[in-house]
Write a protein that binds this ligand. Structure first.
Ligand code: C2E
Ligand code: MG
Ligand code: MG
Length: 605
């Protein structure tokens, strides 16, 4: 049985409910409205009594502000654990000073019923006020108590498994949805920032589990929650929408310097050790600025999770020295500035994809050594950012490749390349365009079907395109990759292995892949004039690739001497600055016209 003086226990229960300092919520406001109407009073409140203050969760007919605990009627309800009715405060010797005034007028009537938790703690009241003295019948008193029990049902429902994450007892994704809807109703259009923290790198999870044993599921989130609280304080509502992901909302106008605080928080995580285990946590951070009403709750959370995922990918890119969860503090993903830069770049690219003008394609011709003609070009993306200037694909493609934005980008490249090549074909130039595709594109289901649909849209045959995959993109998840490539080949689309020689695979392995072209990496070609070793490798690679039935393209041909060398060794095609630099479609048309017989002119619409 509960000891009446168990104030510490009462406060602990109150805090666990995660209600203090939370924003107003419609489900509580409906109950105070109902109370006011039921009893015909101007004011109804739901109050919670904290250690030293009275905090108002819902107020009907009065402003809601904190009051010192000792100065309130509700304090008596909590202390005596029973309903209090004050018919006329001005006549009541227990209340010599008027404890509550609203709209300038002192209140005279008060009735408050205790909010009693299932384990017997009184955490606050449902109370009604009037500016005039009045009586309160036993039936009314009973109704008020029933309504107070209803308030408790709502509180406990919020706290039940439907609204709480079972492991942390923090509000879950469903509660996030409710709260976001409440906030949007009150302050539509206001700016907020969603922060999502992805606790561990999935690659490191097995190590964490090994080191921490069964405690990992409790310990990892606990460290993150403590880290957030240490920087943002106890009043912040932290949501736990998914097992190893946490989220909170910031109001940028009310939290100046929030970026610095996020950096501080991340720095704390990197220095943390979990009990005796020297684990440097490397959570990743997703930050989504938005306006209330912009997104449905699940879409918003999804964006946050995606942003955290991107941030981790960026962190990997920026911290090649990062070598696992036991590594030294500071080696975890991305310093704040790097993180901001790379994150910004991805955000900018997302915008560039949605707007015309920033992204374009350059085409680099491939020379057929047998005929001396150009039948194929490679499409290379170009990004001209309005303030950053040209951003090289070598800089942004590796970042994008780690995100789902990659497939969007690839489809944009395909669509644009096909449109341009269709224009050449319409002029009677049967060019083929080679398009770079990333490993992550192969993860998207039915990529073959999507490419076929694009070909159909541009009224192009399958042989109008070729897809380039780097060696390394073909390595993981071999049987799935194989299946996807076969589906592409079955639609009559050729596949080239790009940058051959830079990965670790050998031709025998690649032979199992349904490719028909091998592009020798420019790092071997560039040094041919001076390196006997590279000459030996390239000669052997051409021979072997031919044995296995591939066409061979040499990339990065920068001089006439190298061009003659690879052509002499039987290489089928060449690409490089010596032959032609990447150029716009209009320049390509002029270049082709110049090389072709004088009677042929290519003129694009
Ligand atoms: P890549 O597919 O191997 O493309 C060849 C790169 O070598 C291009 O660089 C090209 O401009 C450059 N290059 C061509 N000839 C020479 C030469 O003679 N000497 C030298 N030093 N370089 C030469 P770029 O356009 O900067 O692209 C770099 C990489 O970015 C590409 O390598 C490719 O992996 C990737 N990339 C470019 N566009 C796309 C795209 O649309 N999608 C994807 N997934 N990746 C792309
Ligand atoms: Mg390529
Ligand atoms: Mg290449």
């Amino acid at each position: 049985m509960l000891a009446l003086t168990d104030e510490a226990g009462r406060l602990a229960v109150l805090r666990q409910l995660n209600l203090l300092d939370t924003p107003p919520s419609e489900e509580f406001d409906r109950l105070t409205l109902l109370a006011a109407r039921m009893f015909g009073v101007p004011i109804a409140l739901i109050t919670l009594i904290d250690a030293t203050r009275q905090w108002v969760k819902s107020a009907h007919g009065a402003p809601s502000h904190d009051m010192p605990r000792g100065a309130t009627f509700c304090e008596h309800v909590v202390r005596d654990r029973q309903t209090l009715v004050v018919a006329d405060a001005s006549e009541d010797p227990r209340f010599p000073a008027t404890p509550f005034a609203a709209s300038g007028a002192p209140v005279r009537f008060y009735a408050g019923a205790p909010l009693i938790t299932r384990d017997g703690h009184v955490i606050g009241t449902l109370c009604v006020f009037d500016y005039v003295a009045r009586s309160f019948t036993a039936a009314e008193r009973h109704s008020l108590e029933i309504l107070a029990a209803q308030v408790m049902t709502v509180i406990e429902l919020r706290h039940s498994s439907g609204r709480l994450h079972p492991s942390s007892r923090l509000p879950n994704g469903a509660q996030f949805g409710e709260d976001l809807a409440d906030l949007t109703r009150r302050l539509p259009g206001q700016s907020r920032i969603l922060v999502v923290i992805d606790v561990v790198d999935p690659d490191h999870l097995p190590t964490h589990i090994n080191l921490l044993g069964p405690r990992w599921e409790r310990e990892l989130p606990a460290v993150v929650i403590r880290g957030i609280r240490a920087v943002f304080g106890d009043d912040l509502t932290i949501y736990h929408p998914l097992s190893l992901r946490f989220a909170f909302l910031l109001d940028p106008s009310a939290s100046p310097g929030w970026q610095d605080k996020l950096d501080q928080m991340m720095a704390r995580f990197r220095q943390k050790t979990i009990e005796e285990v020297p684990l440097a946590l490397a959570p990743s951070l997703g930050v989504v600025p938005f306006r209330l009403g912009d997104f449905a709750d699940q879409v918003l959370l999804q964006r946050g999770v995606m942003a955290a995922h991107e941030a981790r990918a960026v962190g990997r890119m920026l911290s090649p020295a990062h070598d696992g969860p036991g590594s030294a503090p500071g080696s975890a993903p991305g310093s704040a500035n790097d993180w901001h830069d790379a994150h910004m770049l991805l955000g900018e690219l997302r915008r560039a994809l949605a707007l015309p003008g920033q992204l374009s394609l350059a085409f680099q011709p491939r020379l057929d050594f047998t005929s001396g003609a150009c039948h194929a070009v490679e499409a290379l993306i170009r990004w001209n950012h309005p303030t950053l200037g040209p951003v090289s694909p070598g800089e942004f493609i590796p970042l994008v490749e780690q995100t789902t934005l990659m497939t969007e980008l690839t489809l944009w490249v395909m669509d644009t390349a096909m449109r341009e090549i269709a224009a050449f074909r319409a002029c009677g130039v049967a060019l083929r365009v080679s398009i770079n595709v990333s490993a992550s594109d192969l993860q998207s289901s039915d990529i073959a079907g999507r490419i076929a649909a694009l070909l159909a849209r541009h009224d192009l045959p399958a042989e109008a395109i070729e897809l380039e995959f780097t060696e390394s993109s073909l390595l993981p998840n071999r049987s799935f990759v194989h299946q996807q490539l076969r589906a592409i080949r079955e639609r009559g689309i050729d596949i080239a292995i790009d940058d051959f020689g830079t990965g670790y695979s050998n031709l025998a392995y690649l032979k199992s892949m349904p490719a028909s072209v091998v592009k020798l990496d420019q790092s071997f070609i560039r040094m041919l004039a001076t390196s006997a070793r590279d000459r030996a490798i390239v000669k052997a690679a051409i021979l072997m690739a031919h044995e296995l039935g591939y066409r061979v393209v040499a990339e990065g041909i920068e001089t006439e001497e190298i061009c003659a060398m690879v052509a002499g060794w039987g290489c089928d095609e060449g690409q490089g600055y010596h032959i032609a630099r990447p150029m716009t479609a209009v320049q390509l048309a002029a270049w082709l016209t110049e090389r072709a017989a004088p009677a042929v002119a290519v003129s694009l619409p």
